[in-house]
Design a protein around this ligand. Structure first.
Ligand SMILES: [Mg+2]
Length: 428
């Protein structure tokens, strides 16, 4: 596995997931007051069992209180009450919730797995809270409704950064299992290839298994699409194609809103982005060349063996993003007429037309059953790793779907096991 390190940059200090940080802060109070670190050298009268039971009870109470606060926030959303909810006052960036979140139950579930309450030195962490929220979301989409669509990011979510889905990947049987249960699957990736062979190279393990699996009916083999370039290239499964994928012409899948983005506006936006990228190459002396596509523009290393420093990539993303937002063109589009997404792809930087919220919407429409019907946000789960860093393209999916934030392909596997478990419980 490649080493991943976070670049420290000005943005990081104010880009935090405030809901997670806030919950972590609430859990820190009982931890500070009741954890007993001295228990390791003072044995008289100390019981680790009692301590962990007490911590468990208090953490669970807090999670229940937060759960009720989210319920109140959802009530405000539903009635479009103009005064903000208490949660909104406490955590201003908090967005829309498509389902309630059973946080107390999710905490108890994760505490059994992670023994959060038994720790005496390490307080409930960001990752603990992130995983509790994921479990709560999985419980919600299987309990209050029926999951219809699961969308997945590619890099870091299904496979390690820059790698591909090999036949041995443990995520493959779990995805097949979802398809077998008639859950639709969309792979919504930033990788903006225009031809099937490139996606086959990245996803061959899964595609071959879909073609061969005896668990799937011919109908169920169509329960998957690949959405590339965030929201720009759609491929459906096709047994007779050499790469098991067939491109779907845009007029068959563009949503009404996307169809209204004119070619002129798209070109104008890409022109502004192209100029900004060329400037970055000059300013930072990047060993990079420009690449323009019909729906994207980016920079790639001029020599495939050379890596552009991570810091330069991030700098370029932030500069281009700001220029697009502030330029006459950018303001004209105001991110409403033609939305865009600037992101660091690990080795390159790209500006794509649209973003993952549009990509997930396309999947919701594709599998919605026709006549403009869409699978609803509360019936959709998007799984991804980019919810915080520059460009954070999975974050955008939050406006159209429930989400789970994972940190590695191994976490995706664990999440899918949880999902299968809860789906099974619901059926019985
Ligand atoms: Mg990713």
């Amino acid at each position: 596995m490649t080493t991943r390190y976070r670049v420290e940059y000005a943005l990081k200090t104010h880009r935090r997931d405030q809901l997670i940080e806030w919950i972590k802060g609430l859990l820190a109070v009982p931890f500070v007051l009741y954890s007993q670190p001295t228990g390791i050298f003072e044995t008289n009268g100390f019981s680790i069992t009692r301590m962990s039971e007490e911590a468990h009870r208090r953490y669970a109470e807090i999670m229940r209180d937060v759960e009720f606060m989210i319920d109140d926030h959802i009530a405000h959303q539903a009635e479009s009450i103009s005064v903000p909810s208490k949660l909104k006052l406490l955590v201003p960036p908090v967005g829309t919730f498509f389902t309630r979140l059973p946080l107390e139950a999710a905490f108890k579930f994760q505490d059994r797995k992670r023994f959060i309450s038994s720790r005496r030195f390490v307080s409930p962490s960001f990752n603990d809270v992130r995983l509790i929220l994921n479990s709560a979301q999985i419980m919600a989409v299987t309990t209050y409704g029926t999951l219809q669509l699961a969308t997945f990011d590619g890099d870091v979510t299904l496979y390690d950064d820059g790698e591909s889905l090999e036949p041995s990947s443990p995520v493959i049987p779990r995805m097949i299992d979802l398809m077998r249960k008639n859950v639709k699957i969309g792979i919504v990736t930033a990788a903006g290839y225009t031809t099937a062979d490139r996606y086959y190279a990245r996803l061959h393990g899964l595609l071959n298994e879909i073609a061969q699996s005896t668990a799937l009916t011919p109908q169920q083999r169509q329960n998957i699409v690949i959405m590339g370039g965030e929201a720009n290239y759609l491929f459906e499964f096709c047994e007779t194609s050499p790469h098991l994928l067939a491109p779907v012409p845009r007029e068959r899948w563009l949503t009404a809103e996307m169809a209204s983005w004119s070619d002129t506006s798209i070109d104008a936006l890409l022109d502004v982005a192209e100029t900004a990228l060329r400037d970055s190459i000059k300013t930072l002396s990047l060993p990079a060349t420009l690449m323009r596509k019909d729906r994207a523009v980016g920079i790639i290393p001029s020599d495939p063996n050379v890596r552009i420093p991570r810091e330069s990539l991030e700098e370029t993303v932030l500069v281009v993003q700001k220029i697009l937002e502030l330029s006459v063109g950018g303001r004209d589009f105001n991110n409403k007429v033609v939305p865009f997404c600037a992101f660091n792809g690990g080795r390159d930087v790209f500006v794509d037309i649209g973003d993952k919220s549009w990509g997930v919407s396309v999947c919701q429409k594709w599998f919605g059953g026709g006549e403009g019907k869409m699978i609803r946000p509360e019936e959709t789960l998007h799984v991804g790793d980019q919810f915080l860093s520059a460009g954070s393209n999975d974050f955008k999916a939050r406006s159209v779907a429930t989400t789970a934030w994972i940190a590695s392909p191994a976490e995706t596997v664990e999440l899918l096991d949880e999902l299968a478990d809860f789906m099974g419980k619901k059926i019985s």
